[in-house]
Design a protein around this ligand. Structure first.
Ligand SMILES: Nc1ncnc2c1ncn2[C@@H]1O[C@H](COP(=O)(O)OP(=O)(O)O)[C@@H](O)[C@H]1O
Ligand SMILES: Cc1cn([C@H]2C[C@H](O)[C@@H](COP(=O)(O)OP(=O)(O)O)O2)c(=O)[nH]c1=O
Length: 205
């Protein structure tokens, strides 16, 4: 079976991390080798960049370029070799997050990102992207309930996450074949069923 690249997206607190393990288990139950990873991060250098991106104050364009720098390393060191070896790759975030957060949330110029995307991964797009869609007020309540100190992104206000959410929904509308929207207001079990149905239909049909 052809290797697949599956990405999970959504505003902070939408519940995607909680569902990734279930998808990895579903794929592995078919005897397929899965590499689970995340952005920013996924490599030793990428994890160092993640630490800076989540906690260090910086210019918004520095943030944007570090996201792509971490992604370049991630592609070269992990994503591309894994796919070439026939493994499936499941990533917690990829380039849709940059369009949602840096373009939608931060308001940077989209045209610049098309150029960076073309530079960093001209021939690769995820086969399937699941966007966890949730009202930012609900997501904020979920995050507050974790008791974990918020990072640079999680400290943003509701209107920032409204813009991120809208940008994600525009990505889904522009490419409905690749990008599927998961209604993340439901219970974890209901969401898992939705996610498994989408992955099953897109990847195992
Ligand atoms: N469907 C859900 N309903 C209620 N709470 C949820 C749901 N999914 C996740 N949570 C909780 O919300 C918090 C954020 O979930 P998480 O999966 O870490 O979100 P994300 O990775 O999208 O930021 C966690 O405390 C998690 O237990
Ligand atoms: C990949 C990526 C992430 N981000 C942000 C979104 C998240 O707030 C943060 C880290 O994502 P995430 O791994 O979802 O954090 P957590 O596990 O704590 O929920 O990085 C961007 O702004 N642009 C990007 O291109």
């Amino acid at each position: 079976m052809k290797s697949r690249f599956i990405t999970f997206e959504g505003i902070d607190g939408a519940g995607k991390s909680s569902q990734i393990a279930a998808v990895v288990a579903l794929i592995e139950s078919r005897g397929i080798h899965v590499v689970q990873t995340r952005e920013p991060g996924g490599t030793p250098l990428g994890e160092k960049l993640r630490e800076l991106l989540l906690h260090e104050p910086m210019h918004l364009e520095t943030e944007a370029m570090l996201m792509f720098a971490a992604r370049r390393e991630h592609l070269a060191a992990l994503i591309e070799p894994s796919l070439a070896a026939g493994k499936w790759v499941v990533s917690d975030r990829f380039t849709d997050a940059t369009y949602a957060y840096q373009v939608g949330g931060r308001g940077l110029d989209e045209a610049r990102f098309a150029a960076l995307e073309q530079w960093v991964h001209p021939h690769l797009q995820p086969d399937l992207t699941l966007i966890f869609d949730l009202d930012p007020a609900v997501a904020a309540r979920r995050l507050a309930g974790t008791g974990v100190a918020p990072d640079r992104f999680e400290r943003e206000k509701t209107d920032f996450f409204e813009r991120v959410r809208s940008a994600y929904l525009r990505r889904a509308a522009a490419d409905p074949q690749r990008v599927r929207v998961i209604d993340a207001i439901q219970t974890p079990d209901e969401i898992r069923l939705q996610v498994e149905a989408v992955v099953g239909e897109a990847c195992f049909r």
